[in-house]
Design a protein around this ligand. Structure first.
Ligand code: GLU
Length: 496
């Protein structure tokens, strides 16, 4: 049997880590089984859905770089894949259920439902939900009234029985029907289905074989199983994935940090780093290995190895993944990802200027100087600022090596001025040899010799590798910066 799975988001918010985990696990499962991965938009709650969230969904997955085989934009044999375009189907099945005596019309106005609730509250009753008032109406009369009166369609939950199903991860689940919200609405008075009806109808019609979704949906599953039975359909296999929690054990939320994929993207996380990390949330692959490409994840995805315990989202760990991916990435590709961040800090000119060809080339060449230790894409541009704009000179004390006087510092920088142009023309290894020889000849420590030079060229004591920086700045610019620093230091500090 061909595996068919789906990601079925409701566009009522930005795509978040939990949703991404569900989508990714469905994708990996489908690919690993040579099956089909479907995207279906569950947009029947018209008050909460928004087109901006639909756009965010497409944007997010385009950025992440993995796709569904069938969906609203790619089409497929079960089009349309947008529930608001399939309402006729849901209405048909809801009415069929009424005709079969498995569901019924309910005419209770909201005021009545409200009054029942208040009455129960006042009586401290343990009963909640609908009181099944319309369940016993004469079916023929109700059908007549439904022609002209506002009504909803409710599912008849079988009384005093239990519903069973097997969850692939959790095992055997038995749920007392009394614990299910009494007679949930399937079709609303505006003719739109509720999530439960639309979800089941579509999973059945679209041939879904496995439902992999977060455990927050587990409580809805008994109701879904009853609905499958009522419709005379075989339910798919269920697999409820443990929730993604913050490190304090509470559901991941804004309190913990970024939660939407968009935020991670804006913070400078690489799509593959995020995918790789999220793929590990609730799944073990190989002992002692964490870095995997998408194809490698597909090859290793095994539902038997899903973890039962809740997954904990560790921001530091994601940072580690990002650092690894930045370090390993090809410079051209990394530049493509990092340039938008560089433009944000106006690295190539005011108003987020697009880099000219020279600047782009310089940026790509400079990446090896900083990509070893950057945790986020934005840091790359920050650390390379000194190459694109002359940094302001810090005060004299910043130039001074430990234990050196102002005079010593000036002397060291003058020595630096003597070789900086040559340094710019040598490769790094030859440059290092040259500088070592000079330090020996001048009888100064290498670190002391380079400190004032580093500050003159980069504006700080802690900078990307110096020789590489000098080469990229070029002899003329490097000499100019040193000259400027020399004239500043040459004016003796005022001693009051
Ligand atoms: N529309 C539901 C959601 O927003 C789908 C739940 C399910 O996968 O059944 O997550």
């Amino acid at each position: 049997m061909e595996v068919r799975v789906r990601y079925a988001p409701s566009p009522t918010g930005l795509q978040h880590i939990g949703g991404l985990r569900t989508a990714l696990f469905n994708y990996l499962f489908a690919r690993s089984q040579k099956g089909v991965f479907i995207l279906r938009l569950e947009d029947t709650d018209r008050t909460r859905c928004d087109d901006a969230y639909v756009r965010n969904l497409y944007d997010t997955f385009a950025w992440l770089g993995f796709r569904w085989d069938e969906g609203p934009d790619s089409g497929g044999p079960f089009s349309p894949y947008i529930q608001s375009e399939r309402t006729g189907l849901y209405r048909r099945y809801a009415h069929e259920l009424v005709a079969a005596g498995k569901a019924y019309y309910c005419f209770c106005p909201p005021e009545r439902l409200d009054a029942v609730r208040k009455e129960r509250e006042a009586a401290h009753s343990s009963q909640t939900g609908y009181d099944r008032f319309c369940r016993t109406l004469d079916a023929q009369e109700a059908a007549q009234r439904a022609q002209t009166e506002q009504c909803v369609i409710r599912l008849k939950i079988p009384l005093d029985a239990a519903t069973r199903f097997t969850d692939r991860l959790i095992g055997e689940v038995v749920w007392k029907n009394n614990d299910i919200n009494p007679d949930p609405v399937l079709l609303k008075s505006d003719g739109f289905p509720t999530y439960h009806l639309a979800n089941i109808v579509d999973d059945h019609l679209m041939g879904i074989t496995h439902v992999l979704r977060a455990q927050e949906w587990l409580a809805s599953t008994p109701l879904h199983v009853i609905l499958y039975e009522a419709l005379g359909w075989e339910p798919p296999e269920f697999c409820h994935l443990p929730m993604v929690m913050g490190q304090d054990g509470k559901k991941l939320s804004k309190r913990h940090g970024a939660t939407s994929v968009d935020e991670f993207r804006k913070n400078g996380v690489l799509p593959h780093a995020l995918l790789n990390y999220v793929a590990l949330l609730g799944m073990s692959y190989e002992e002692g290995r964490e870095i995997y490409s998408l194809d490698e994840l597909v090859a290793r995805f095994n539902p038997e190895k899903l973890n039962k315990a809740q997954a904990v989202f560790d921001y530091k760990k994601l940072e580690w993944f990002n650092t690894q991916y930045i370090k390993e990435m090809d410079d051209e590709e990394l530049a493509a990802q990092a340039i938008p961040f560089a433009r944000e800090i106006n690295l190539f000119g005011p108003n987020g200027a697009v880099p000219c060809e020279n600047d782009r080339t310089l940026f790509i060449k400079a990446l090896p100087l900083v990509k070893e230790r950057a945790a986020y894409l934005g840091e790359l541009a920050e650390k390379l600022r000194y190459l694109f704009a002359e940094p302001p000179l810090p005060e004299a004390s910043v130039f001074m090596p430990k234990k050196a006087t102002h005079e010593d510092t000036l002397r060291l920088l003058r020595i630096g001025r003597g070789f900086v142009e040559e340094l710019a023309r040598l490769n790094e290894a030859d440059g290092e040899a040259l500088v070592k020889r000079i330090a020996e000849d001048e009888d100064v420590k290498l670190g002391d010799l380079l400190m004032p030079l580093r500050v003159a060229l980069t504006g700080t004591r802690v900078s990307p590798p110096l020789f590489g920086s000098v080469i990229l700045l070029g002899a003329r610019r490097a000499a100019q910066r040193v000259d400027k620093a020399l004239s500043m230091l040459a004016i003796p500090p005022v001693n009051c």
